[in-house]
Design a protein around this ligand. Structure first.
Ligand code: BES
Ligand code: MN
Ligand code: ZN
Length: 497
């Protein structure tokens, strides 16, 4: 979808559809009032006759209004001004896109620039609109013989009367598009089935991304390289699989050569059967999403490079398939991580931390300003926070604060869980330096405790996206692309652009 910025007198705009938001106060304001004057009161008449009142979710399409150059006017309700927040604004945009998607207009002009969305300036309103529209327009039909019908709508214009709004609108559109391009990539990689999206496939996709963006340097480490580095923990996960593990490195140098990079580390389990500690069958197909942390690294790098952020970024993806077989790691096996710490693998289904710990040790060599790992790590996180909020833990309060803020700013929120020392004891092992599970209590926290043993050299935070990376079951099933908006916002803030 193309998005552009437009200024000028509203009633003379030549477009397939002008989209106008109205509140439920019964009094037309802003763009709605302006159009109403131009067409001799047709819009207030529709309100008066009860065809639309401005309540959330209501829409009314008016065709060929006199005195207005646009073919159609779409009225959309959003409720009370004082209740307009991110959630109701997004719902408004989703509703409008749903109507336009099935309609005849090939282009539409949005007149939402002045809407009083709580705590949002023009730039961030515009960006949220673009991101929400793109989210609604995303389709994944690669494996359908009969493709989804493409909407006739091809172009969206963001209108404001005031030319001095141009900078904020243009920036909002550009950033919204870049973030959405990243989110779409993350969603598509996540949605791909496990027989297609293997570690080797992810490595190839990284090369494809590198071709599209020459600013990205890509390196693929294979199992031989990882063995030489001593990554016994990571390799213990791929041991049972015919698919070899890959460690993917993306480097982007948007800053000065000496600037310390921000490192992102993604869990890339392309399918998690649980291994010898086999998972139950019901819903196991969803474990194709166990590489959504990795997919997030792809998406954030794509967004950051598109925005040409003036900072240095390193992305690491630890990709492996977790399978049972006669060569698989068994409960009780002891492996040696790259850090030298030995790990008793009490449960082969706690494999995410086993691949991440070696990637986190590897991250030390980049002398990072910060390291954030992203992982569909624990079912316990879904119990704690459900599907709306990402779990956040780490060893540095400043970094945690920045990520919480970025989540608010991007409407892609996270919430902190404690990483108090008391929890560390749950990982004691009688035979090795550390066990890979911490018992039934506080599963998300003990998983982060495990990672914390490998992240002492730098400011580190961990995002548990088990609940937020995809929507389960039903018609809406699919990857969400979260937390690409949160992390891109975090990097934007680091770049101070
Ligand atoms: N990938 C899973 C976590 C998961 C489960 C994410 C369900 C989303 C939905 C992870 O590898 C796993 O199996 N974790 C175990 C850890 C346990 C064995 C300590 C879990 O959460 O049950
Ligand atoms: Mn698992
Ligand atoms: Zn897993």
């Amino acid at each position: 979808m193309e998005f552009n910025v437009k200024h000028g007198t509203l009633e003379t705009m030549k477009t397939g559809c002008v989209v106008v938001a109205i509140n439920e106060s019964g009094k037309l304001a802003g763009a709605a009032a302006e159009l109403d004057r131009a067409c001799g009161g047709q819009i207030s008449l529709a309100v008066k006759h009860g065809d639309i009142s401005g309540k959330p979710g209501q829409t009314l399409m008016l065709f060929g209004l006199p005195g207005i150059s646009a073919q159609r006017v779409l009225l959309a309700g959003y409720g009370k001004d004082e209740e307009l927040n991110d959630r109701s604004f997004r719902k408004l945009v989703q509703k409008v896109i749903a109507v336009l998607k099935d309609g005849g207009a090939t282009d539409a002009l949005f007149t939402f620039a002045a809407l009083p969305v709580k705590q949002r300036d023009l730039y961030s309103r515009t960006r949220l609109l673009v991101e929400t529209a793109r989210e609604s327009l995303y389709q994944f039909d690669q494996f359908k013989s009969k493709k989804a019908t493409k909407p006739r709508l091809k172009k969206v214009l963001m209108w404001s009367a005031d030319k001095s709004d141009a900078d904020a609108l243009t920036r909002g559109v550009a950033h919204g598009q870049a973030i959405s391009d990243g989110t779409d990539l993350t969603r598509t990689l996540g949605n791909l089935p496990g027989n297609v999206c293997t570690p080797t496939f992810l490595a190839k996709e990284a090369k494809v991304l590198g071709k599209q963006h020459p600013e990205l340097d890509i390196e693929i480490l294979d199992e031989k390289d990882m063995k030489a580095l001593g990554m016994g923990s990571l390799l213990s996960v791929s041991a049972g699989s015919a698919e070899p593990a890959k460690l993917i490195r993306f480097s982007y140098q948007g800053g000065k050569p000496k600037d310390q990079p921000h490192v992102l580390v993604g869990k890339g389990i392309t399918f998690d059967t649980g291994g010898i500690s086999l998972k139950p069958g019901a819903g196991m197909d969803e474990m194709k999403y166990d590489m959504c942390g990795a997919a997030t690294v792809f998406g954030v790098l794509k967004a950051a490079v598109s925005m040409r952020l003036p900072i240095n970024i390193v992305g690491l993806v630890a990709a492996a398939e977790n399978m049972p077989s006669s060569t698989a790691t068994k409960p009780g096996d002891i492996v040696t991580s790259m850090s030298g710490q030995t790990i008793e693998v009490l449960n082969t289904d706690a494999e995410g931390r086993l691949v991440l710990c070696d990637a986190l040790t590897y991250a030390e060599r980049f002398k990072p300003a910060s390291v954030v790992d992203i992982a569909t790590l624990t079912g316990a996180c879904i119990v704690a926070l459900g599907s709306h909020t990402t779990g956040l833990l780490g060893n540095n309060d400043e970094l945690i604060g920045k990520l919480l803020d970025a989540g608010k700013q991007s409407d892609d929120r996270a919430w902190q869980l404690p990483l108090f020392d008391e929890y560390q004891e749950q990982l004691d092992s009688p035979f090795a330096d550390i066990a890979n599970i911490g018992g039934p209590k506080a599963g998300t926290i003990t998983a982060a405790c495990f990672l914390s043993r490998f992240t002492k050299a730098y400011p580190w935070a961990h995002l548990d996206i088990a609940g937020t990376a995809w929507i389960s079951g039903g018609k809406e099933k699919g990857a969400t692309g979260r937390p690409v908006p949160l992390l891109t916002q975090y990097l934007l803030n680091q770049a101070q652009v």
